[in-house]
Write a protein that binds this ligand. Structure first.
Ligand code: GDP
Ligand code: ZN
Length: 459
């Protein structure tokens, strides 16, 4: 994509009504725009100026605060102007239209989604992982997710990644320097404890990976489908699960409206639960319309991280249950939940079996609910470490995993008798590239510069 650096503007606050609403503009220089909007007024940088916002013909649109951030001391690193007016959709549209009109001759245009943050990244205000954290903080569906996103946004995640990159570069410098002096290779590596250093990097990387993988859980959550015949207690179970923890939850974007879907959280992990009421096996007898609905529901089941198959413990499985179970997609874990143990006389319990984990509980009597919660956390891979987590994305995990593989390869080369040092160095370079891609500071040829600036190789 061609880089378009013309000034941009947009409404920065959420649609709808609110006490205040903000129109934001960013550009290399907004002096002319400010002169047009507020003739004869100087806006002191970082000061709030209470001022009328006027249309081109001088009519007052609104009255509010104008804030001017002079480049580079702003969110985007460019000049930024914020107009804080009243938070109504019409008045904000009018304000935005006025700003666009006033800046048109200087190329001001409507901002694209994420463009303010993209500029912050391009101007080195944020690295890539931090820019992603901005979006994740805004999208966070639980408090724990918000806390971790804010942790990543503050740069804590980027810092540990940087440290790994630095350690890898240092080791690489050592190895590359040795390459030029083959007769000293072995000696050099022994003295510098290259293998020990590599082991240390791998250990730190593992630690970061665990924190990131747990953080990713807070972001992605677990997709759960609830399957069972009418009246076995699906809605009751959903309530029992949700009610166990006071939860600030919002529906996850993209869940369709025609299914009953609800997001609850267990220890901060969002569980997106879909109640597939009415699911049945696809057989000859059903009409086209019904078939489409049922196929879509089976599609959800196929995408689930776990299937909760609910049965009435006092009645046992029905014939319909057996046909459904036969249609379960392979590879998706199943928890078979025997509900209403208050009627059947079973005790609350978990039993492992070949086909599924079986849990006996009562939704109404709140018996065994904690067993189910623990099982869901186990399936999610949640380990409570008490450490602060980074709200990592799949992309970060892939890069960390990739780096780990290259470091393992490097370790193999270092362990061989003939010590293929050039391959060792190459694997370190690949690991470094993977790590750098997380923060976006991927600079393939930075190494030579580092070597020459820090290493006196021409001894
Ligand atoms: P759904 O159709 O699968 O969603 O089932 P509901 O949650 O609507 O429950 C159907 C009926 O079963 C309701 O009358 C519930 O009160 C009752 N029920 C649900 N769980 C239990 C339970 O653990 N014990 C008993 N005795 N009744 C339950
Ligand atoms: Zn129901």
């Amino acid at each position: 994509m061609k880089l378009d650096t013309s000034p941009i503007a947009a409404i920065a606050t959420a649609p709808g009504r609110g006490g205040i609403g903000v129109v934001r503009a960013s550009g290399k220089s907004l002096g002319a725009l400010i002169d047009t909007l507020f003739p004869g007024t100087q806006l002191a940088p970082r000061h709030a100026t209470y001022i009328p916002f006027k249309s081109g013909d001088g009519a007052v649109i609104d009255q509010g605060l104008a804030l001017y951030f002079k480049a580079p001391h702003s969110y985007t690193g460019e000049d930024v102007l914020e107009l804080h007016g009243h938070g109504g959709p019409v008045v904000l549209q009018m304000l935005l239209a006025r700003v666009l009109e006033a800046g048109r001759e200087h190329g001001l245009r409507l901002a694209e989604p994420g463009e303010f943050t993209r500029r912050a990244y391009l101007n080195d205000k944020l690295d890539l992982a931090q820019a992603e954290a901005v979006a994740d903080l805004i999208d966070a569906s639980t408090e724990a997710a918000a806390r971790s996103a804010s942790q990543s946004l503050s740069g804590a995640f980027s810092q540990v990644v940087h440290r790994l990159v630095e350690q890898t570069i240092n080791l690489r410098m050592l190895v590359e320097a040795t390459l030029d002096f083959p007769e000293e290779e072995i000696d050099f590596l022994e003295k510098s404890n290259a293998r020990g250093q590599l082991g240390g990097i791998i250990e730190s990387l593992e630690h970061v990976f665990r924190q990131a993988a747990q953080g990713a859980l807070l972001r992605e959550g677990l997709n759960v489908v609830l399957v069972g015949q009418p009246n076995v207690g699906k809605s009751s179970l959903l309530n029992a699960l949700a009610g166990a923890e006071v939860a600030i939850v919002t529906p996850i974007a993209g869940t369709t409206r025609d299914k009953v879907s609800e997001t609850i959280q267990i220890e901060g992990i969002p569980l997106n639960i879909i109640d597939t009421a009415g699911i049945r096996a696809i057989d000859e007898g059903i009409d086209v319309v019904e078939r489409i609905g049922i196929e879509r529901t089976w599609g959800e089941v196929g995408k689930a991280d776990v299937i909760l198959h609910l049965l009435d413990a006092s009645l046992g499985p029905s014939a319909a249950d057996e046909t459904i179970v036969a249609a379960f997609p392979a590879g998706v874990p199943v928890v078979r939940i025997w509900n209403k143990i208050d009627l059947s006389g079973h005790r609350a319990a978990v039993e492992g079996a070949a086909d599924a984990t079986h849990i006996y509980l009562s939704a109404n009597e709140k018996l065994g609910i904690d067993l189910l919660r623990a099982e869901l956390l186990r399936i999610a891979g949640w380990q409570q470490t008490g450490e602060s987590l980074y709200l990592a994305r799949e992309r970060h995990l892939i890069a960390l995993r990739g780096a780990r593989q290259h470091l393992d390869m490097a370790a193999q080369h270092a362990a061989q008798d003939d010590q293929s040092l050039d391959l060792f160095a190459e694997e370190l370079r690949l690991a470094q590239d993977q790590l750098s891609s997380i923060t976006g500071q991927f600079t393939p040829d930075d190494l030579l510069g580092v070597i020459f600036s820090r290493f006196c190789i021409g001894k």
